[in-house]
Design a protein around this ligand. Structure first.
Ligand code: IFM
Length: 477
């Protein structure tokens, strides 16, 4: 584990092989609202993120996804870029309001055509498409009807999944239902930091359940149409540590691990909510929204599991008296555990303020492999925002991102060495893009986007990643 100690800088002279298995998949990931633009084109309807980003004060700099990276028009160039980097897989999401503008009823054929063109272009370039059905852009009419806290939305999502599968199931093998249900529910309906911006603890818990129910129904719909389809979900998971070995801090860690990780892992992989988290949430909800049979649906068998990993939480119990240590995480994201403190360990951070902790990725992967039923794992997102600039030579040099990616890929290697069935890794993200409430102020791409001209400039991290992939390929021969 020496080579994955926390580190914040230092370009590697050598890119070369990281000694990952020869058949390891090296991908990149994006999401529709963050890159596509063309918000009002070819029959696309409005989503909750259109409404949210157009509401003053919600998004940094009043940025919106109206144009974003203009990927809707520039996808051939972006696919060529991926092929040049040598990535094996591309994880993208379908915009629900583009293909079913009302959130129910007939499909918008022009919207489906776009994704068919994109998929065909990927296949033509030998890049495996990995399709995510929901990456946060709920059609606005469904929010007007109650949004994810309303049970009906789960059924609408299953219909939408069936519709997309009917259009693309002949050419897409890997399907992800929902991306990061924690964020859609707890940030969208709890803290209100994400669309639709509601601050209602009970609604957040109901939203989480209906996202999971929609996931299970979608798994069943896709499997019914094609039993060979590889269906999964992408969960954002965190390493969670207690600040001290006091019982009170251990309990704070249990609570946050419960809400962030087990509240999603347990229903999806074990068909039950964790009893301790249900008890923690008693002041918030009595769970009367969970009906008989729901959890069996939620736990419909998966072909693989996607894990998005960015950082670790170090938490402590509420301080009874005296000045609290610095904490940096808004507490309103944690219904029922609002007073838990999130501590700053003074480690290097990304521009988002997230501590860089690749050892946490080993911890998350080994924990999932150890505690849950065996299923092939992917890191479906991992990456970092830094303040990137175009140099006088026209290049973008991002040594911190190179170090970040390297250390997390080494963490993948370590997890595999410890027996984790990890089969692939997706860098977040291919392109700089619309980073939700942070607008365009945060750059996560391995490719720089000049938003004024839409010019793409591969950063040094993109070239480094390409070298890693190339050397892995050479090893496989
Ligand atoms: O940009 C997001 C992505 O949409 C979901 N996972 C985390 C990324 C970085 O915040």
């Amino acid at each position: 584990m020496n080579d994955i100690q926390v580190t914040s800088s230092g370009v590697l002279a050598q890119p070369a092989s990281l000694d990952l298995p020869p058949d390891f998949r090296f991908g990149v990931a994006t999401a529709a609202y963050q890159i596509e633009g063309a918000a009002a084109e070819d029959g696309r309807g409005p989503s909750i993120w259109d409404a949210f980003s157009h509401t003053p004060g919600r998004v940094h700099g009043s940025d919106t996804g109206d144009v974003a990276c203009d990927h809707y028009h520039r996808y051939p160039q972006d696919v060529t870029l991926m092929a040049e980097l040598g990535v094996t897989d591309y994880r993208f999401s379908v915009s629900w309001p583009r293909v079913q503008p009302a959130g129910s009823g007939p499909a918008n054929q022009l919207g489906l055509d776009f994704y068919r063109r994109l998929v065909d272009e990927l296949l033509r370039h030998g890049v495996e498409p990995r399709l995510t059905l929901y990456h946060w852009d709920l059609p606005a009419p469904l929010e007007e009807a109650g949004g994810w806290p309303a049970r009906d939305t789960a059924g609408r999502f299953a219909d939408y999944a069936e519709l997309v599968h009917a259009a693309l199931g002949d050419r897409v093998r890997h399907w992800m239902t929902v991306n990061e249900p924690y964020c859609s529910s707890f940030l969208g309906y709890g803290s209100g930091d994400h669309a639709p911006g509601r601050r209602e603890g009970p609604a957040a818990v109901r939203a989480a359940h209906h996202l999971l129910l929609g996931h299970g129904l979608a798994v069943q719909a896709i499997r019914a149409a094609d039993p060979a389809a590889r269906v999964s979900i992408a969960l954002n998971l965190y390493a969670v540590s207690a600040y001290s070995d006091s019982d009170a801090d251990a309990d704070a860690a249990r609570r946050i691990d419960g809400l962030a990780n087990r509240f999603f892992l347990d229903p999806v992989l074990r068909g039950q909510y964790p009893a301790d988290v249900v008890a923690d949430l008693a002041p918030v909800t009595d769970f009367d929204h969970v009906r008989d049979g729901d959890l069996e649906i939620v736990a419909s068998p998966l072909a693989e599991l996607g894990i998005n990993y960015y950082s670790r939480y170090v938490v402590a119990a509420p301080e009874p008296a005296g000045p609290p240590p610095a904490y940096w995480r808004p507490s309103s994201c944690w219904p029922g555990s609002e007073n838990v403190r999130f501590l700053d360990r003074g480690l290097a951070r990304t521009a988002m303020g997230w501590e860089i902790d690749p050892a946490g990725l080993v911890e998350v992967l080994t924990r999932v492999a150890r505690e849950y039923p065996a299923v092939p794992l992917y890191v479906t997102e991992n990456g970092a925002a830094f303040e990137d600039h175009v140099g006088a030579d026209g290049e973008v040099d991002d040594p911190e991102r190179v170090a970040f990616l390297r250390d997390h890929l080494l963490a993948c290697r370590e997890a595999i060495a410890q027996g984790v069935p990890l089969v692939g890794y997706f860098a977040w993200s291919l392109l700089d893009n619309f980073e939700w409430a942070w607008g365009y102020s945060q750059r996560f791409g391995i490719v720089y986007v000049d938003y004024g001209t839409q010019r793409r400039i591969p950063k040094s991290s993109a070239r480094w990643y390409a070298d890693v992939i190339r050397s892995a390929g050479l090893r496989a021969e």
